[in-house]
Design a protein around this ligand. Structure first.
Ligand SMILES: [Zn+2]
Length: 251
C-alpha cells in the first residue's frame, strides 16, 4: 500500500509540474504510471470536482486495469480519462515503459498543424531536447479522441519504441522508464518546439552541422530508471529543479 501511495504522489506531482509550466490547460492531460509487477496502472482521473492538471492532488489519482476499467472504488465520482486506452496499449506492448504522459502543449501542437519540421537547431544549449529530434519523434496523423481499443492500438503502433509522439492537431505523448523521465521528455519537446518556433519567426533557421549532430547523438546518455524508480544523476537533478521552480512540492 505504501508503494502505491508513493507512486500516486509522484503521478500527482508530475501533473502539477506540467500544469504549472503551462504545458497543458484545464483538465486536458493525464499522467499515468505502471504499478511495478502488476497489470494495473495509476492515472489522473476525471471527476465532477476537478480543477485541472496543475491542481492535481493525490486523491485524484485512480487505479485501473489494462482494460481501462477502475480497479478500486472511490466515493468522489472519479473516472479514468476517455483516452486511457492508448496508455494501456503502450504498457501492454512495452514492458520497459513505466509511465505514459499525454498533454496538449500549444507550441508543440503548432508543429503538427503547420508544414514545418522540428529541426536540430542547437547543440550545447540543451543537448537533451536536441537528442529527441536526433533520435526521432513519432507523429500520429489523426486528430480525434483516442476512445476505443482500436485507436489505442493505432497510437501505440505509431509510437513504436519512441520516447515522444506528436499527435496532429491534438497534443503529445511520452513513454519512459519512470514518471519523471516521461515528464522531462514532455518538457524537452516543448523546449525544442519553442526554440524552433522562435527561429522560424526570426527567419532562416539553420540546423547545426552533421558533425555536431553526430557528436550529440553519441554523447553518453544517463542510465534509465529501473522498475519505474525515481531517476538519479542528471535527470534526477533536473526533475528536482522543475519541482522547485514550479513549487510543486510545497503548495
Ligand atoms: Zn488528448
Amino acid at each position: 500500500m505504501e508503494q502505491i501511495d508513493e507512486l500516486r504522489a509522484r503521478v500527482a506531482r508530475a501533473c502539477r509540474v506540467l500544469g504549472r509550466l503551462d504545458l497543458t490547460k484545464a483538465a486536458m492531460g493525464h499522467v499515468s504510471a505502471r504499478i511495478p509487477g502488476t497489470e494495473r496502472v495509476l492515472i489522473r482521473a476525471r471527476g465532477p470536482g476537478e480543477l485541472g492538471v496543475r491542481y492535481t492532488e493525490d486523491d485524484q489519482i485512480v487505479e485501473v486495469g489494462l482494460d481501462g476499467e477502475l480497479r478500486a472504488p472511490n466515493g468522489a465520482g472519479l473516472k479514468s480519462p476517455i483516452e486511457i486506452l492508448f496508455h494501456t496499449e503502450i504498457y501492454r506492448r512495452r514492458p520497459d515503459v513505466y509511465s505514459v504522459i499525454h498533454i496538449h502543449p500549444p507550441t508543440a501542437v503548432l508543429f503538427t498543424i503547420c508544414d514545418r519540421p522540428l529541426l536540430p537547431l542547437y547543440g550545447a544549449f540543451d543537448p537533451k531536447s536536441l537528442q529527441l529530434v536526433l533520435d526521432g519523434i513519432a507523429t500520429y496523423e489523426r486528430s480525434i479522441l483516442i476512445d476505443s481499443p482500436e485507436l489505442g492500438q493505432q497510437v501505440a503502433r505509431t509510437m513504436g519504441g519512441a520516447l515522444v509522439c506528436l499527435m496532429r492537431g491534438h497534443g503529445i505523448s511520452t513513454a519512459a522508464a519512470s514518471i519523471e523521465e516521461a515528464a522531462l521528455a514532455a518538457i524537452a519537446v516543448n523546449d525544442l518546439a519553442t526554440m524552433n518556433y522562435q527561429a522560424y519567426l526570426l527567419g532562416n533557421p539553420r540546423p547545426i552541422s552533421r558533425e555536431d549532430q553526430e557528436a550529440f547523438r553519441d554523447l553518453e546518455r544517463a542510465p534509465v530508471s529501473e522498475n519505474g524508480s525515481i531517476p538519479t544523476g542528471r535527470p534526477g537533478a533536473l526533475w528536482r529543479y522543475y519541482c522547485a521552480v514550479t513549487g510543486a512540492d510545497t503548495d
